[in-house]
Ligand binder design. Structure first.
Ligand SMILES: [Mg+2]
Length: 251
């Protein structure tokens, strides 16, 4: 693949009172671990998010590829009233709850075959997210091709599904919905409505969110150095994101 030159992107300004803040989780708020379960949330981050949510009158939402129950588990005892999970497929807010669709009948057999394949590649993880299946190879980089090939091969057995490629993961997921659509929907409701939308994220799935906030005159913040990206601003790492958010609390 051709190596893209880094596009110059400034650091975003400190969080402001009139923002609607949407935050990806893995690779954005928290650092990656070898497995999704290995990730930990610094106690200070919880405090920062709670203080920011108060400052923004509740206009702060996590927008993640994890299922909502996984987000709540990860951030417990904190539980933000608004969140979008499964890349926007499921959502909860003060005004609505949108559940993920039921997976097709072949989902269980595909999952079992994936688990069988994973036993041949120690370090890989099959993540059953309910409606989606994540195949992770962060802990076994050599397994990437085998897991991608598997996902390509089984996709036709899951009608209405598509692949979501990410950072050392491929997911089989329902084709409908994305993070951008979830952000768009939340921006129609209080307390988000009428605010400047701001979205930070690191992965390809976050580009749909960048497109929405760019179109709505907001701020798009790429975390890390993935290229190409539609984001206008950049922070180098989850640690830089946490510092940036903390500025919004101190202000
Ligand atoms: Mg991410």
């Amino acid at each position: 693949m051709p190596k893209h030159r880094d596009k110059p992107r400034p650091r975003p300004p400190a969080p402001a009172d009139d923002w609607a803040l949407f935050l990806d989780v893995d690779g954005c708020l928290v650092d990656f671990a070898d497995t999704p379960d290995g990730v930990s949330v610094p106690a200070r981050l919880r405090a920062t998010l709670e203080a920011l949510a108060t400052r923004l009158d509740g206009a702060l939402a996590l927008v993640s590829g994890r299922p909502l129950r996984g987000l709540d588990h990860l951030f417990a005892p904190m539980r933000l009233p608004t969140a979008a999970g499964l890349h926007g497929l499921e959502r909860r807010s003060a005004h609505q709850v949108q559940a993920a669709p039921e997976p097709p009948p072949a989902f269980a057999s595909v999952r079992d075959e994936a688990r069988q394949l994973a036993t041949r590649w120690p370090g890989t993880v099959v993540e059953d997210k309910g409606a989606a299946l994540g195949l992770h190879w962060r802990g076994a980089p050599a397994a990437g091709d085998a897991l991608r090939d598997f996902a390509d091969a089984v996709l036709p057995r899951l009608p209405g599904y598509r692949l979501q490629h990410g950072n050392q993961v491929v997911e089989l997921r329902p084709a409908e919905g994305d993070k951008g659509a979830a952000i768009d929907a939340l921006l129609e409701e209080p307390p988000f409505r009428g605010r400047v939308p701001v979205f930070a994220g690191d992965d390809i799935t976050d580009e749909s969110g960048f497109a929405v906030v760019n179109r709505r005159g907001g701020l798009s913040v790429l975390v890390g150095d993935r290229e190409p990206s539609a984001a206008h601003y950049r922070l180098r790492s989850p640690e830089a994101v946490r510092r940036w958010l903390a500025e919004g609390v101190a202000a």
